[in-house]
Design a protein around this ligand. Sequence first.
Ligand code: NA7
Length: 539
Amino acid sequence: MTAQEGSTRARTIDAIIIGAGFGGLYSLHLLREAGLSARVYDAADGVGGTWRYNNYPGARVDFPGGPYYCYTFSQELVNEWDWADTQPDQKSVLAYLDYVADKFDLRTDIQLQTRVERAAFDEANNLWTIETDHGERVTASYLICAVGNLSAPYLPDIAGIESFAGECYHTGLWPEEPVSFAGKRVGVIGTGSSAVQAIPIIAETADQLTVFQRTPQYTLPAGTRPLDPEFIRQNRENWPELRQQMINSPFGTPFVPPTRSALEDSPEQRQETYEAHWQQGGLGIAFNSYYDILTDQEANETLAEFVRGKIRSIVNDQAVARKLLPDYILGTKRQILDTGYYATYNRDNVTLVDLREDPFQQFDATGVTTESGYHPLDMLVMATGYDAVTGALVKLNPVGRGGNTLKQAWKERFSTYLGMMIPGYPNLFMIHGPESPCVLFNMPLGAELEAEWIRDCIVSLREKSQQTIEPASGAADSWGQEVAEVASQTLFPLTDSWYNGSNIPGKHRQFAVHVGGADYFKRLTQVAENGYEGLVITG
Ligand code: NA7
């Protein structure tokens, strides 16, 4: 569409939704069902949000996956969609979201290949106006930002990296056309979830793979396997109960939380427990073995040492194994699931560079020099992560009351109420906002519950002819304190991670996740039942 065509299509609707991922699609469905007009805008050429861009080799769900990483609201949808395996790959998740868009006839109100370049609140008329990169202006009473937590890729500033002339890809901006590693010398920077999923696959065909590691990571075997049809049948039959169990759980899963402390068991019993989980695969070893893995450092260390033992036994060359041994608190960075990651270092074509003892010095057109020497490269894979949770919102940079941009408002620290609304930004809602459970809860289910809360809130405002809603003075400060307090009961804040922004140079350190899980969602319900306490409503 040209700018002229765009500008002739200026219109006013009830709600503008930015982002066509899990949160945006369901928000559209709910608002339309409530009789409101809504439109989704997304820069990509298809639905899927973050999942569309993360199509690097090996990308898979790294949460208790099939059949739980999905929408839960529709029994019909649950009955119709067959997840192939326990950790669905990126293509299955995209296919699922395409199916959802068709099933609920969402596409007529989704505008793809359209970037929202500006969003501003008009205080005189209580309306949000957006401008798109096609020159289109749209106004709406409500702005719903479903822009994703891991959608602002981070490219570190490493000396000379811009002069590298080979192929270069970021895992979060992976091209749709196939990338071949055959016959190439490939360098991967990073050893987070994306790198750990991609490395074993790249190693299969690359001539030479060099992994540049800054922080060694604990990764657990994903144990991906086909889903048993009988298991799927039982899940479908018991879906309403399972859904409720997920909503009532700490991480949005239907598993019964453990009741034993790791310190209550003898070393032999613990070994047996951990070994059984290791063989089973998945996150169970960290989240369902003992209740205190993420709250007690001594308990945590028992599992950390078990995983270090596995690294020593899997990796043949003990000098390499030593470089791979993590020393932070297990689980306090994003917990990774892998398929053959540590064993990949037994291959002759794979080299590990430990940047802590052998740092980068300088990139040039054909490779990089580290302290120990030169590494010639044909391709560079930047698996260097994201300006997580807040990055995409700050990039959107909505303008609130008094012409205040979000960049200004969040310069020192971010501030929200319930992780859903921002002081000074009336009628702006976030799905998976900072200070919501976002990345530490089943994300599709969390998006669903938040979208339902937003729908209820908007319907209530409409029924009472109310114009605006925004956090009351002080409500965001108290919320921030509560988020920090809940986090302080866990080990998460003790580690540098993207959960607290410390992966981005210059970003202030602030824990961005409400780790309350089910308690958070109960709180949302309570706030609504108490007449939206903590929020100022006008009109
Ligand atoms: P992560 O988990 O943020 O990993 C990024 C990796 O990149 C991590 O190993 C970083 O090391 C490393 N990194 C970042 N900057 C540098 C520089 N300057 N030099 C060397 N290494 C660097 O992002 P992912 O994409 O892997 O994971 C996000 C996923 O979480 C998402 O896709 C879901 O699967 C869940 P560090 O640890 O900071 O020392």
